[in-house]
Design a protein around this ligand. Structure first.
Ligand code: SF4
Length: 366
């Protein structure tokens, strides 16, 4: 039996595949690529009952002032920039009320690392969500933001998380992960938390009963081996904590960022087939560990996101309402898909649309 057949047979039998085997799958073409798709889709259909979920949510980006200088980011500006903004708690209150009126079950709250903010501001945001509607799920603050809060206010990561949880934090986005490989991070985000700091924040959150998502930004200067190293880090954490709700591959949007102009580190863009292989391999690699693989329609575009639903992806992410981060980087797709649009897209992919909450409780079948 050929090596590829053997790996795919393991996948079909729910036997864990190794990072080296995942790397082989990431390189498939032709008939083997088609076979990879079939296996990933079949596992997904069986595991999720042919259901593709989405969440009705609203993003709230409270400030774009940030001095971290990540080279892939076009969202952040200095406080002198005329496009800079910092929302007051009253502005955020209005956003949350708008989310409630649109029947959002979740608000996703993230912002730049703005040194003008004190800890009370973050706490106040969370309290405001619960004051308006205690049923709205607060999905808030990246590991980078939590690390920043701990450093700035001279306390431990765990203390920060405990305070945030007390104020109403329900779960966290596993963003700021980018690629969890140090030599890549040193180029693309030299001032950001390291891999081990990211792991520390995530594990601390999981230990305190705060679930998180897991993400990977790919298609910039990393190679396939780096992607494999990244997903291995994620799987190893999940084996210990079971705290990840989903894995979200996020393609690098290259229209504006500085990273596109670094001649010494040329971009290695990810084209369609590489994206599809990544989704399929993620489904197989995380099988029995992370049940949900999410596509980002904002970055992929609704058409390609729909295609991904046949390559191991079972979640179409959220309606969003406000999306500044990808838009600043040059993503051309809108800020909002209505639930009806999502339902049509999912149905046309031959899948069954279901609205879910943040923690994947199924809410409404269509
Ligand atoms: S990615 Fe986040 S931390 Fe990095 S510069 Fe942009 S806003 Fe700041």
């Amino acid at each position: 039996m050929s090596e590829v057949k053997n790996i795919l047979r393991k996948a079909e039998e729910s036997v864990e595949i190794s990072p080296a085997e995942a790397l082989i799958l990431m390189k498939l073409t032709g008939k083997n690529f088609a076979r990879l798709q079939q296996v990933a889709d079949q596992i997904c259909i069986e595991k999720k009952n042919n259901i593709v979920t989405f969440v009705v949510n609203r993003n709230i980006n409270f400030t774009n002032i940030c001095y971290q200088g990540c080279k892939f980011c076009s969202f952040s500006v200095s406080n002198k920039n005329k496009e800079s903004f910092l929302k007051t708690i009253e502005d955020i209150r209005e956003d949350i009320i708008e989310a409630k009126n649109a029947e959002c079950t979740e608000v996703c709250i993230q912002g730049g690392i703005n040194p003008e903010l004190d800890f009370d501001y973050y706490v106040e945001i969370l309290k405001t969500v619960k004051e308006i509607d205690s049923n709205i799920h607060s999905h808030a603050f990246s590991p980078q933001e939590v690390f920043h809060m701990a450093k700035l206010y001279g306390t431990s990561i765990k203390n920060v998380l405990k305070e945030l949880k007390k104020a109403g934090l329900d779960s966290m986005p596993g963003t700021a992960a980018e690629i969890l490989v140090e030599n890549i991070r040193r180029v693309i985000c030299p001032n950001k938390i390291t891999t081990s700091q990211w792991i520390d924040v995530i594990k601390s959150a999981h230990e305190l009963g705060i679930p998180t998502t897991s993400t990977m930004m790919y298609g910039h200067i990393e190679d396939l081996q780096d992607r494999i190293e990244h997903i291995e880090v994620i799987r190893n954490i999940q084996k210990e904590t079971s705290g990840f709700t989903e894995f979200v591959p996020l393609p690098f949007v290259s229209e504006n960022p500085l990273l596109s102009k670094l001649t010494e580190f040329p971009l290695k863009p990810s084209y369609g087939m590489a994206d599809l292989k990544l989704f399929s391999v993620a489904r197989i690699f995380f099988n029995n560990y992370i049940d949900n693989i999410q596509c980002s329609w904002v970055k992929l575009g609704p058409k390609f996101a729909q295609v991904s639903l046949n390559y191991g992806v079972n979640d179409f992410s959220g309606t969003l309402m406000e999306e500044n981060i990808s838009k600043s980087a040059g993503a051309e797709f809108g800020e909002y898909l209505t639930p009806d649009e999502m339902i049509s897209i999912i149905k046309a992919a031959g899948k069954r649309p279901v609205q879910r909450d943040t923690l994947y409780k199924l809410l409404k079948f269509y």
